[in-house]
Design a protein around this ligand. Sequence first.
Ligand SMILES: Cc1cc2nc3c(=O)[nH]c(=O)nc-3n(C[C@H](O)[C@H](O)[C@H](O)COP(=O)(O)OP(=O)(O)OC[C@H]3O[C@@H](n4cnc5c(N)ncnc54)[C@H](O)[C@@H]3O)c2cc1C
Length: 569
Amino acid sequence: MTQTLSCDLLVIGSGAGGLSAAVTAAFHGLKVIVAEKEPVFGGTTAWSGGWTWVPRNPLAIRAGIAEDQEAPRTYLRNVLGNNFNEEKVDAFLEAAPRMVAFFEEKTAVQFEPGLKIPDTYGNMPGAGTGGRSVIAAPYDARKLGNLVHRLRTPLRETTFLGMTIQAGPDLAAFMNVTRSPRAFVHAARRVGRHLVDLAFYRRGMQLRNGLALVGRLLRSAADLGVILLSSSPAVRLLKEDGAVRGAVLRSEDGEIEVRAGRGIVLASGGFPHDHERRRRMFPAHEQHFTLAVPSATGDGARLGESVGGVVDESLAAPGAWCPVSLVPFPDGTTGRFPHIIERGKPGIIGVLANGRRFCNEGNGYHDYVEAMLRAVPPGQEVASWLVCTHAFQRRYGLGIARPAPLPVGPYIKSGYLKTGRTLAELARNAGIDPAGLERTVAEFNRHAARGEDPEFGRGSTIYNRYQGDAGNEPNPCVAPLAPGPFYAVRVVPGSFGTFAGLKTDGSARVLDAAGAPIPGLYAAGTDMASVMGGHYPAGGINIGPAMTFGYIAGMHTAGQAGDDGQVLV
Ligand SMILES: Cc1cc2nc3c(=O)[nH]c(=O)nc-3n(C[C@H](O)[C@H](O)[C@H](O)COP(=O)(O)OP(=O)(O)OC[C@H]3O[C@@H](n4cnc5c(N)ncnc54)[C@H](O)[C@@H]3O)c2cc1C
C-alpha cells in the first residue's frame, strides 16, 4: 500500500550534508522531512573525527585570527590547480563563516575552535597556520531523549571501549596517562563516567567528534519540528514538468510517496560501497577498504542520474583516501583501522615490500595513499608496511595496538602486528625484503640521529611538525629506529568516502549534461562533486563543505537567496 506525505523539502540522508540542509530550511519556515535508509541517523559523519574546515569562521575571528577571503582562496587556487571551480569555491568560502554563525546563534550546534591546526600544504601560498577548522563541542546524549536510540553508535576501531576521544587535549591526556598525573586523572574520569553510561544506557553518552555534531544536529532538527524517518530509503525520484517534485521511500509498511513542494536534497553519503562504480572509477585499487558506513552505496548518484544529473569524473582523485590496516577481531570479524595519527611521530617509517621508503610519511593520509599507488610497481598488490621499534609502539601506539599501559601482546598473537628482534627477522615475518629493509633503516638512522630526513623532508612543513612530537628534538618528526625489537603493520588503500559526485552549481543545485540546474534537485555532502576537486588541502574538507552546501541548499529552498543565487542572512 502506498502512503502519501507532503512537505516543502525532502532530505535524503542524515549525515552532515542532509541534517545541515534540514535544520537550515526548517529554521527558515519550511516543513522538512529527513528520510534515512538505516534504522539509525548520522551516516559516516557519526564515525568521523568531526573536524570542519571553514576558513574565516567566527570562532577564529573571536580568537584574533583575522584573514580576508583572498588567503584561503589563493591557497585553494594553488592546491586545486585545474580542478579549481571558481563558482563553487567562492560560494563555499563566502557562506562557510555565515553557516557557522547561523548554527552557533540559532541552534543546538555549538563549536570549539581548532586554533593550532594548520593546512596540509604549509609551503603553498595562502596556507593557513591555524583557526580554519572547528569541531562540534562535546555533547551529552541525554539531551536527545528517546532520539538517542536512533543515533548511530561510533566506529568500533576508533573508540576506546566504545568511547569517542577528541583530537587535541582529550587525546593528549589518553596518550600520556603513564607520564602525567593530570592526564591520568582526566582519562580515569572519562573512563569511569563511560562505564557508568554503559551500565545504564548500553552505549557511550559523552558524545565527541562527528557523533557530537550529529547529536547536536538531530537535537536542532527535532526542536524545529523536522520529521525524522529512519529505515526509509529513497528508491525513486518523482519528476513532473521537468522538475523534481518528490520521491518514493521504501518502508517496513510499504512504499511512501513524499511530495516535496520546494525540492529534494540528495545527501546519501556518496558511493564508497558501490562496487560497480568503484571498479570503474578506482581502477588502480584492486582491493579497496573504505571506512564509510555500509549503507553509502551510491543511491544519491543513481537517483540524480535517473533525472538527468551527471557524476563528475574529472576530479584529481575520485575518493578521499586514507591508509587502513585490517584488524582481526576475536569475534572473527575484520575491522578497518584508519592510520591518521602515528605516521607523523618520530621513529616510524613506511616501506614497500622491497623494504624501501616511498614518501614523507608525516604528510596527509590522502597523500600517503596516492604515493603508495604511484610507487607500487604495476601488477603488484598495493600495500606498504609501517615499521617502528617496541619503544615507539609503547609511546605512541601502532594502528589499533594502543600505547602503554594497554597490552600489545594480543595484537602480536592475532597476527595484526608482525614482530622481530632484528630488522631482518621482522622483514622475514612480514614478507618484506630483509636486505632492502636493513639498508633503508641504516640510511634513515644515519640522518635521523641529527634530526634530518634528506630523502623526503619529514618535519619540513608546519603540518608535519604539528603531527609530530614537540618534545622530540631537534626534529619533532624524525628519530632513529633503534634498538629493537621491531614491529610492522601492513596498510592498504582505504577511504573516508568519495570525492566524485553529482555536478552542482554554487547554490548546490544539481546540473544536467548541458550544465543547467535541474529544478527542485539539490545535492550536499559527498553526493555532490567535492568543491576540493579531488584534492585534500586540509583536515575537515569533507564536513566543512557538507555543512556549508547543506546550509546553502536549505537557504535556497527556503527562498533566502538573491537573484544571483547568493544566500542572504
Ligand atoms: C574515521 C573517519 C574519520 C573522518 N574524519 C573526518 C573529519 O574529521 N573531517 C572531515 O571533513 N571528514 C572526515 N571524514 C569523512 C566524513 O565523515 C564524510 O565525508 C562525511 O561525513 C560525509 O557526510 P555526508 O553527509 O555526505 O554523508 P553521511 O554522513 O555518510 O550520511 C549519508 C546518510 O545517507 C544514508 N543513505 C544512503 N542511501 C540512502 C537512501 N537511498 N535513502 C535515504 N538515506 C540514504 C546513509 O545511510 C547515511 O546515513 C571521516 C570519515 C571517517 C570514516
